[in-house]
Design a protein around this ligand. Structure first.
Ligand code: TA6
Length: 319
């Protein structure tokens, strides 16, 4: 739903054409921050702060042409994360054209006086052939007054045959960082993770923070509500606040895998990091009529980590 308030208070929700003529929605907040979401994939591709700085990574080689998913931003991984099932990697939601939901059911969340857009995905006849379950997936993308970016997903089982269905899910967020070798992730210490580099075997995180010297591809399990990503050079900390998403994927392809991806620049691994709020270890099961609602809220706060002034725990424990 296009928030009528937003069109009258100098905030704006604009439907326009993006790369290759794909439809996109631009959200503009009064403080100058913006976000963009393509109807193709329900895919957020830009989140800028009030200074116009881009906070998400999108590859310069992303082809923005169906059926290939856009490389970067926030791909929606549904109804399957990665290759953990019979579908194509990360499911098909990111490869489908969503619609703008002009009449969503009441949305119990604090989006009053915020600028947002509601998108809707339902399976096509072809989708039902590969994943025989009826669903309604409502995605609300909201830009808060301080420039925070919030994604709320509501997935309802609309099967009329009485059958439940199960799925796995991730917001596959690509953060823009100045130099991956100077980035730390706080909040995942001591947790167990499945290591995709080692046949998804289970390990326990030892370090006091995750740092990056080579390819990392891990699914951290039962993670806290908040995770912090500290960009030393930019003196910026991204904070992910998540509800209903117990797991978190951390991925950087590093040089070899970067070279192997046609829609990813050879050196782009230095300037991105994926930290993905997810539900993977325990698939979600919905009975007909049941709805699953989850949320991730992203914010970018100044941090002077090098001087030790930023106490990551304070960021993680603050409200
Ligand atoms: O989320 C991490 C991951 O599953 C990696 O294993 C890598 O495959 C990445 O997703 C990208 O997947 P994609 O299908 O977008 O190329």
């Amino acid at each position: 739903m296009i928030d009528e308030m937003s069109t009258t208070e100098n905030k704006s929700v604009e439907i326009t054409k993006g790369i290759n003529g794909l439809d996109k929605v631009v959200l503009r907040e009064i403080n100058g921050s913006t976000a963009e979401v393509y109807l193709y994939g329900g895919h957020v591709t830009s989140w800028k702060n009030e200074h116009g700085e881009e906070l998400l990574f999108v590859s310069s080689k992303s082809i923005f042409k169906p059926p290939k998913a856009i490389r970067g931003g926030i791909p929606i991984c549904f109804p399957q994360f990665s290759n953990m099932g019979p579908l194509e990697a990360h499911g098909f939601a990111r490869n489908r054209v969503w619609t703008i939901d002009t009449d969503p059911p009441p949305f119990p969340s604090n989006t009053t006086n915020r600028v947002f857009v509601d998108l809707l995905l339902k399976p096509t006849e072809d989708d039902l052939k590969i994943w025989p379950h009826s669903f309604e997936y409502r995605l609300r993308v909201t830009l808060g007054p301080g420039g925070d970016l919030m994604l709320t997903s509501r997935i309802r089982n609309t099967n009329t045959d009485g059958k439940p269905f199960s799925f796995t899910f991730a917001y596959h967020t690509y953060f823009s960082v100045s130099d991956i070798s100077e980035v730390r992730v706080e909040g995942l210490e001591t947790l167990d993770y499945l290591d995709n580099m080692k046949n998804r075997e289970r390990y326990t995180e030892q370090g006091d923070a995750i740092t990056f010297e080579s390819e990392v591809d891990r699914i951290y399990l039962s993670t806290p509500t908040k995770i912090a990503i500290l960009d030393h050079e930019k003196k910026r900390t991204f904070v992910i606040r998540k509800d209903g998403l117990p797991d978190a994927v951390v991925w950087n392809p590093w040089d070899k895998k970067a070279k192997a991806m046609a829609d990813f620049g050879d050196d782009e691994y230095k300037h991105m990091l994926c930290v993905e709020a997810a539900a993977i270890e325990k698939p979600v099961t919905l009975k007909p009529g049941e709805e699953w609602k989850v949320r991730q809220e992203l914010s970018a706060v100044p941090s002077s980590y090098c001087s030790g002034q930023l106490d990551p725990n304070k960021v993680l424990q603050s409200s």
